[in-house]
Ligand binder design. Sequence first.
Ligand SMILES: Cc1cc2nc3c(=O)[nH]c(=O)nc-3n(C[C@H](O)[C@H](O)[C@H](O)COP(=O)(O)OP(=O)(O)OC[C@H]3O[C@@H](n4cnc5c(N)ncnc54)[C@H](O)[C@@H]3O)c2cc1C
Length: 461
Amino acid sequence: MPDYDVDLFVVGAGSGGVRAARIASGYGARVMVAEEFRVGGTCVIRGCVPKKLLVYASRYADDFEDAAGYGWTLGEPAFDWGKLIANKDREIARLELAYTTNLERAKVAIVKSRAVLEDANTVRLLATGETVRAKNILIATGAAPHLGAEIAGLEHVISSNEAFHLKELPKRILIQGGGYIAVEFAGIFRGLGSEVTLVYRGDNILRGFDDDVRQHLRSEMERRGIKIITRQTVDAVEKVDRGCCVELSDRQSVMVDCVMFATGRRPNVTGLGLEAAGVKLAKNGGIAVDEFSRSSTPNIHAVGDVTNRINLTPVAIREGHAFADTVFGGNPTAVDHANVPTAVFSEPEVGVVGLTEAEACARLPKVDIYKTSFRPMKMSLAGRDTRAFFKLVVDGENDRVVGCHIVGPDAGEMIQLVGIAVKMKATKADFDATMAVHPTAAEELVTLREKALSHRREAAE
Ligand SMILES: Cc1cc2nc3c(=O)[nH]c(=O)nc-3n(C[C@H](O)[C@H](O)[C@H](O)COP(=O)(O)OP(=O)(O)OC[C@H]3O[C@@H](n4cnc5c(N)ncnc54)[C@H](O)[C@@H]3O)c2cc1C
């Protein structure tokens, strides 16, 4: 009978790792967690939380402007980037401490070190050279920015990691990428007053989202003065006297003060000793796992971004919790990855759950579409010409709402609630039977009467 130092060794104290460690410890397991950077992981230290704080900061610019239409007279607003970053850092340090305290209270041992696997039961702590024998190992190492192919001047390019710590607010910034992190940072910098150019190699931003959402967000971002260049890539970045000269694939050059790439994230699997432990990778580059997050080595599990399933904090947390229930709680639990609601904190915000129109048409024989675009009431006195967009995707055979897509203020807050209805398999008739809350933007969800489109697939197909 081998002797183990711990029942569970968790590699990575991020969203998934922290939850798994706490719950497993609560079941009586002896747990140790290793963190090479800061406790809290990407979400707390350099992801969701600091990002949302910057989003809040960036939105005041519109509020100050809009206030005039509501009778307010304000002095000339002034913005201090240094103060924002210092305040944000203070809040992140507070959260890091709260995460650490919660782990300690749960009797989880924390080691500040990079950890690598030597075999299926042995972990080496690089900070001290010590080894720890573990009955079970959970890999929760997350993902890291990937800047893409090597190009001239790549050393001058920052990722989202560095964007949170810029010394000054760039007057002009070029962001390459079309995913949610790219469009969120474009909105942040634009709101704070930067001149923003977004360069994306595809046809349109937010690949994978509903086409109407993509088009609506793009035109709203352009209306706000963000220059969006699609079907181009950054070929080279040259440091010049007053900033960077960015050369695009069509040979046009753009002069900016800062270049940021948000070109995707890759699971943190390199140098982890996965091979020595017999842990296999999936085609998507993440650790291959079954529905219980078990890897190809039975006592090693993996959760969160390192598995490259759905890379969101609540998903990593749910996977970490389910892992602990399964392995230490005697309650095998598989995470349901269907109908995960999600938000993009762009300006305006996006909230989505379920199928896009195109996905629904590919899967279902009959699809009905309800949609509307309108100017939210708050914009009227503000004199702002921005529009919100709502869309419901309905299964034409059983009337179930299989997708909801919102672009506009508070879309993230709204979609959390619509997510419950969609998860409960609510029908369009259920939405219609719900009394509207007036006057709100959300009432559009229950007052969409006219079908905008009906897709019908022929039976022979
Ligand atoms: C800019 C940005 C904005 C985001 N915004 C949102 C959002 O609004 N909503 C949302 O749901 N998600 C958002 N995300 C995604 C979210 O942050 C991740 O999905 C989530 O953090 C994944 O959790 P995790 O536990 O898998 O990994 P992480 O939280 O990344 O934690 C992994 C931890 O492991 C540590 N580590 C790695 N290797 C080792 C090793 N060998 N030894 C010791 N420690 C190691 C890392 O330092 C890290 O702390 C955002 C991400 C980014 C980058």
